[in-house]
Design a protein around this ligand. Structure first.
Ligand code: ATP
Length: 519
């Protein structure tokens, strides 16, 4: 607005001075003292307005940008000041909740600790994969202590204007101090806290420095706890992690079987559930899922039940919801050619047979109905929770992934692009075997990124060896079970999906095929 007024004044002034100059040159020969003074004033005013306008224009965004972003920060934190989340809403993270009880007691009974000369831990760092409940835990700490909850995200502090990020950190702390006891939650901490020698962005450095200063500075009576969250602990600057700052590091990982059961229970609490739904079974089928995915499944199942005009959410809704989360949205009218359908049926049957023969995971469903980007898929889950894998098990996983391509090769003597994702996943496992687990001829070594660069040829050779030998064995498994392959693919072409029971029946009927290859 101000800029517009100055611009209009400048244009008016420019018109008057041009008129005055024109008169001076062509019309009159003003000599009077008054006229000269008038001309000089008009020109001076024009030049002043021009300079003032350019000054405003040269630094156009800094002031408004910082004002508006402060406003954003206010808005972002507005609704989240009083957390109504409690530990009852956080399922399955018992060890972490126990660890946090001390912090909660510190805030709730600070006098007890002060008497002993103990200081409140200033920073807690949650790290781990996305959707595992890091934000939820921070909100629960605020809820349990009736603290003021300030949510912020690391990327909100990243600006190209020097000083803006640091100012926002100061504002955040001022607000926390004013409303203490407070919990400041900084999500995506790595956006501002990454190692300074890796990223020499001056603005980021200033923001991080300001955060360190604030963490050191606030006094022990303030009752402010900062909780940071990141998916990449390895990226964070050492200074952030030293004692007195984020010195408590808590890993929040994907839930195990029991935790998944508890998370499901929390998310079906207020939903009408049919007796066909067995939470234990659902938890088994969702191995490797994050808490956020489980919450999503419960919600999707409820939506499906409403769509199908049901009174209660039944197991079919849950199964469809799992499929939707794992494989994406079902494509209602796919335009897959008949001959492509046959390739997909053979490909998926290949995965299923190798999985079944090598006993890798429990197959829940095979489908050739396109979902998301996949033309078909095999839904499977491990029959038991595992934390360690042998070399042989990893090789078997690679073989299952290569089963689709091997089946195409054996049946059509031709391969298609359908194995793209399988190849990526198989190569990833082989890469980890060589570089992380010391499971190749390169020996019992973990190869860090900086050494990978110089040894890329050797590494590729080892990865290729693992993949090639696995592929060869997979082709053999397919060849030895070709009858089973045809049975499964024919069933799929006719019915489009096959469940675990049907697969068992077909395998039982061609039992001799299975016995030929079980090792
Ligand atoms: P990101 O790293 O992507 O920020 P996050 O670890 O902070 O993710 P949250 O935002 O806390 O994950 O979790 C997302 C949602 O998932 C929660 O709102 C909640 O509904 C559900 N959820 C995750 N973990 C749990 C849990 N342990 N108990 C109950 N619900 C959970």
């Amino acid at each position: 607005m101000k800029k517009k007024v100055i611009l209009i004044l400048f244009i008016v002034s420019l018109v008057i001075s041009s008129f005055v100059a024109y008169e001076n040159l062509f019309i009159s020969n003003f000599n009077s003292h008054f006229d000269s003074l008038f001309r000089i004033s008009v020109w001076a005013l024009t030049i002043f307005l021009l300079v003032y306008y350019l000054k405003l224009d040269g630094n156009p965004q800094l002031a408004p940008s910082s004002i508006s972003t402060e406003k954003n920060l206010e808005e972002n934190t507005k609704d989240k000041n009083n957390s109504n989340v409690s530990f009852d809403d956080v399922a399955g993270l018992d060890e972490i909740k126990e660890e946090l009880h001390e912090i909660i007691d510190f805030i709730n009974n600070s006098e007890k600790y002060k008497k002993m000369g103990a200081k409140i831990p200033k920073g807690i760092l949650f790290y781990g994969p996305p959707g595992t409940g890091k934000t939820l835990l921070a909100k629960a700490v605020a809820g349990e202590t009736n603290s003021f909850f300030l949510y912020s995200c690391g990327s909100e502090f990243v600006e190209k204007y020097v000083g803006v990020g640091a100012k926002r950190i100061r504002t955040l702390y001022e607000k926390a101090k004013k409303n203490a006891p407070s919990i400041i939650f900084i999500d995506e901490l790595d956006a501002i806290g990454c190692k300074r020698n890796l990223d020499s962005n001056n603005e980021k450095d200033q923001t991080l420095n300001q955060l360190l200063v604030e963490m050191d500075g606030f006094n022990d009576n303030n009752n402010i706890v900062v909780i940071g969250a990141t998916n990449r602990l390895d990226l964070l600057d050492e200074a952030l992690l030293r004692p007195g700052r984020f010195d408590r590091h808590i890993f929040v990982g994907n839930p195990n079987l029991k935790a998944r059961e508890e998370i499901f229970k929390v998310h079906i609490r207020n939903k009408p559930i049919d007796s066909s739904v067995k939470i234990k079974e659902l938890s088994k089928k969702t191995h490797g899922f994050s808490g956020a995915q489980l919450a999503n499944i419960a919600n999707e199942a409820a939506i499906l039940a409403v769509r199908n005009n049901k009174d209660k959410i039944d197991i079919l809704d849950f199964n469809s919801a799992i499929e939707r989360v794992v494989a994406g949205l079902e494509i209602k009218h796919p335009s897959v050619l008949e001959k492509e359908k046959k390739v997909v049926a053979i490909h998926e049957s290949g995965h299923a047979i190798v999985g079944k023969i090598l006993s890798v995971d429990m197959i829940q469903k095979i489908s050739i109905i396109p979902r998301g980007q996949a033309l078909g898929y095999v839904l499977k889950f491990p029959d038991e929770e595992r934390y360690l894998h042998t070399r042989n098990e990893l090789v078997n996983k690679i073989k299952v992934l290569l089963g689709g391509r091997a089946a195409e090769q054996v049946i059509f003597n031709e391969i298609t692009t359908g194995a793209k994702d399988d190849l990526v996943k198989a190569t990833e496992i082989a890469d980890k075997m060589v570089c992380d687990y010391g499971m190749s001829l390169l020996g019992n070594i973990a190869i860090k990124d900086k050494y990978k660069y110089y040894n890329i040829g050797k590494i590729e050779k080892e990865i290729k060896k693992i993949i090639d030998s696995s592929y060869e064995e997979t082709v053999n498994i397919i060849k030895e079970n070709i009858k089973l392959l045809h049975e499964i693919s024919s069933y799929l072409l006719e019915h489009e999906t096959m469940d675990s029971e049907e697969l068992e029946n077909i395998c039982f009927n061609i039992k001799e095929n299975i016995f030929t290859t079980v090792t």
